[in-house]
Design a binder for this molecule. Structure first.
Ligand code: NAP
Ligand code: GCO
Length: 267
């Protein structure tokens, strides 16, 4: 067998949650290009219509489902529909996520709970719905989209960091509990990636200068740039493919070196 064949996703069914745009869309695109049949979800018909147009423009036959990943009944119904229409899910990417940037003492408990619900409870809900099919098939790949905040804190992101730290440990626990059934569960920890979620951190200032946070991140990243969604496509295909069958419980940080670096010295 040629080693590149082990990276193929031919014949696989992949569900990428929250893949109407952003990182999820890029991962779904990469999976289709690697041969998988792709399903994705989002919450609104408006985003679905835009997403389907974009998938079609790229020649990708993705199947879209309106589903709020925090709603267990909607998730169970979506998984049942995917299994009926595409087949049992071989690859699950828990990508859907939100962030609220609010100083902790100003954040309401409801706002904290909303972030935990999408970023931590939902990956539990979706994984629980998908694992039985993987057990029947005798194999499965679960990839949880973690974060720099799975390892580091910063001002205003207490809920998000708590959720992403928990998601790192949920990843390790799924790996521990289902590894013997040939289900591998790993995480991808993106660095700072240019998507709608981080657009507020990159907004050009009224005087035309870069956002202070934009400059800060460039100084904290050895690669001296923001990541692009395309930077995540290869790692996502690798962790979904046979090339990673003996990797389990690992968080692969795709961060341009942020976690290795103390930060550029001020000039
Ligand atoms: P994004 O551009 O805001 O996209 C988030 C996606 O999640 C959208 O498709 C959104 O679709 C969906 N979503 C949100 N809540 C949902 C819910 N309750 N049910 C179903 N879908 C939901 O974010 P992104 O930057 O692509 O980030 C994707 C993932 O990567 C997130 O988990 C994020 O935490 C993580 N991440 C991002 C970065 C970064 O720098 N961008 C770095 C590390 C980790 P609708 O709103 O249409 O429902
Ligand atoms: C923030 C950013 C980060 C990124 C990402 C980094 O406000 O600090 O949104 O949290 O989204 O998670 O890995």
């Amino acid at each position: 067998m040629k080693i590149l064949d082990s990276f193929s996703l031919e014949g696989k069914v992949a569900l990428v949650t929250g893949a109407a745009y952003g990182i999820g869309f890029a991962i779904a695109e990469a999976y289709a290009s690697a041969g998988a049949r792709v399903a994705f979800n989002c919450r609104s018909q408006e985003h679905m219509d835009i997403a389907m147009k974009n998938y079609n423009q790229k020649g990708i036959e993705a199947k879209g489902y309106i589903c709020d990943v925090t709603d267990e009944k909607q998730v169970v119904d979506m998984v049942a529909n995917i299994e009926k229409e595409l087949g049992t899910i071989d690859i699950l990417v828990n990508n859907a996520g939100i962030i609220k940037r609010i100083p902790m003492t100003d954040m309401s408990t409801e706002e904290f709970r909303q972030v935990i619900d999408v970023d931590l409870n939902a990956p539990f809900i979706v994984s629980k719905a998908v694992i039985p099919g993987m057990l029947k098939k005798g194999h499965g790949k679960i990839i949880n989209i973690c974060s720099m905040m799975s390892e580091l804190g910063r001002e205003t992101v207490s809920a998000y960091a708590a959720a992403k730290g928990g998601l790192k440990m949920l990843t390790k626990n799924i790996a521990s509990e289902y590894g013997e059934f040939n289900i591998q569960c790993n995480g991808i920890g993106p660095g700072y990636i240019a998507t709608p979620q981080t657009a507020p951190l990159r907004e050009v200032q009224s005087d035309g200068s870069k956002h202070p946070f934009d400059q800060f991140i460039i100084g904290k990243t050895p690669a001296a740039r923001w990541g692009e969604v395309e930077d995540l496509q290869g790692p996502a295909v690798f962790l979904a493919s046979g090339a990673s069958d003996f990797i389990n419980g690992h968080i692969l940080y795709v961060d341009g070196g942020i976690l290795a670096y103390i930060g550029k010295q001020p000039k």
